[in-house]
Design a protein around this ligand. Structure first.
Ligand SMILES: [Zn+2]
Length: 498
């Protein structure tokens, strides 16, 4: 008996002499764990791709010992509505993402995705990129492949069956679910029942639904009803993408919107939302014409009065005349010696006749609504951006939240702002082991200075890198250190939890 105790005592003292060792320790960080709870000062130990310890590691040693010097350590930001796959295979270190703290992107948005997803996932895994990638399956992509000829009509039962089969195939490959872009071609021509038929396929596979809803302006309330109905019928989680009130006459109605969203949730519908922090969007000129009546001057006038004032309507891309890029519609109208409504109609006609492409940035939202929608408890942050777009959100969405909405305007506390970029986002995606600093989770982390973090990108200079992001890890690997990408590619494909 005595002997056993002695051996145990000896063993104990040997153990306490041996220092615990980690591959990486981040010391003296103010840890925002993503949950929204108050921050605390502590250390994080990382082994391989995993957070191995959170707490006091003052007695432990590490190969890579980092002093956070009291800066904020948060889970890597999850971009739930992203177009950062554009140019991803050419710019694999993805500075647009990592320089603003994004460690996971969710693509396949607005009804457009890579099909089949199995091929896309394989390509991501073979090419390797800096951040994690998940994807939805896009309704418009499916619709484009089943419809031959005129797509400005409802689908036939056979075509719907075709799309269902394709979606099933993608769900098998790990798609998160169905995404729609019902303001765009060809989705805008779909009957709501077509969308429900497809949504049911995603729901059967334990998937989810995200939508650029059928209207963000004229028919907003009807479009909101459509997504709520999809949630009610399919019982799967539904998310409104880049939520906005994008027309003057519905400005100030964020209270009404929140009430509707709350009552949907109270009725048992798992409705959530995402938002990006800008009063201006980037899309096409044609999306402004839901009836596609591009030659109707009345419609053009309505658009410029109600939705996209011509001096805030900036050309992002215009293949028939690239000299227009960066100019406003007002400026182009002056150059062409005509008025803005006619210019808008003519620019579309020229792009259509040359089968070219175009994009615009337009200011349609009001700051007060943005703040109110952002504060809804189920709204997470997204960028809707890419590294190659003209909209500054591609480089600055998350850092703009931290600068403007947290630090300057105090719309959100830092804890809550981070929650809306991390754990809430993961929850809204059904994504496990990411979005929280917890032992056993993947080591996707961002270290930043809350006092200086700021976006710098503007519509004129959309690729200006943010400041204040010190270090970013993806799956335990440093991908961004003090303003530079490390040219490491630890990003993984994230498939839906089955
Ligand atoms: Zn969209």
């Amino acid at each position: 008996m005595k002997k056993t105790i002695l051996i145990l005592l000896l063993a104990g003292s040997v153990l306490s002499c041996q220092k615990q060792k980690f591959e990486t320790i981040i010391r003296n960080a103010v840890i925002y764990d993503g949950s929204g709870k108050a921050s605390f000062t502590g250390d994080v130990g990382i082994n391989a791709d995993t957070i191995a310890y959170v707490g006091d590691l003052s007695k432990a040693i590490a190969t890579n010992d980092i002093d956070a010097k009291g800066m904020a350590l948060a889970p890597g930001f999850i971009d739930t509505h992203s177009h950062h796959d554009w140019g991803m295979f050419e710019i694999r270190d993805m500075p647009s993402c990592v320089s603003q703290g994004i460690t996971t992107i969710v693509v396949g948005q607005d009804g457009g995705s890579n099909f089949p997803l199995s091929d896309f996932y394989k390509k991501v895994e073979e090419a390797t990129v800096a951040v994690n990638v998940a994807s939805y399956t896009g309704h418009n992509t499916l619709r484009d492949s089943v419809i031959v000829g005129d797509y400005k009509r409802f689908c036939t039962p056979e075509e719907i069956e075709g799309m269902k089969g394709m979606l099933k195939q993608d769900m098998e490959a790990g798609s998160l679910g169905l995404s729609t872009g019902l303001e765009y071609d060809p989705g805008i021509f779909s009957h709501p029942d077509e969308v429900i038929d497809l949504a049911k396929v995603a729901a059967t596979s334990n998937g989810r639904y995200i939508s650029h809803i059928r209207s963000e302006d004229r028919y907003f309330w009807k479009a909101l009803d459509e997504i709520i109905n999809i949630g009610a019928v399919t019982k799967m989680p539904v998310q409104i993408a880049h939520t906005k009130l994008a027309m003057k006459s519905i400005w100030g109605q964020s209270g009404r919107l929140i009430k509707k969203m709350d009552s949907a949730r109270a009725a048992g519908i798992n409705l959530t939302a995402d938002i990006y922090p800008y009063a201006y969007w980037q899309s096409t000129m044609t999306v402004l014409f839901p009836n596609r009546d591009f030659k109707n001057r009345k419609t053009a006038e309505f658009i410029l009065n109600e939705i996209a004032p011509s001096d805030g309507l900036l050309i992002g891309r215009y293949s028939p005349d690239t000299s227009y890029v960066g100019k406003t519609l007002t400026e182009i109208a002056a150059l062409r010696k005509t008025d803005p409504p006619k210019t808008l109609m003519d620019l579309i006609a020229e792009v259509e006749s040359k089968k070219g492409d175009e994009s615009i940035i337009a200011t349609s939202m009001e700051e007060k609504d943005i703040a109110e929608i952002m504060k809804w408890p189920y709204t997470n942050i997204c960028s809707d951006g890419s590294g190659v777009g003209r909209h500054p959100r591609g480089y600055g969405a998350f850092t703009k939240i931290l600068r403007q909405y947290v630090r300057e305007e105090k719309v959100l506390t830092l804890e809550d702002g981070i929650r809306r970029m991390t754990s809430l986002s993961a929850d809204n995606l059904g994504m496990e082991k990411r979005g929280r600093i917890e032992t056993g989770n993947y080591a996707d982390l961002v270290l930043f200075d809350p006092a200086t973090v700021a976006d710098r990108a503007t519509p004129k200079k959309p690729q200006l890198q943010s400041v204040g992001i010190e270090k970013v890890w993806v799956n335990g690997v440093e991908v961004f250190v003090q303003g530079e990408t490390t040219k490491k590619y630890p990003g993984r494909v994230i498939r839906r939890n089955k």
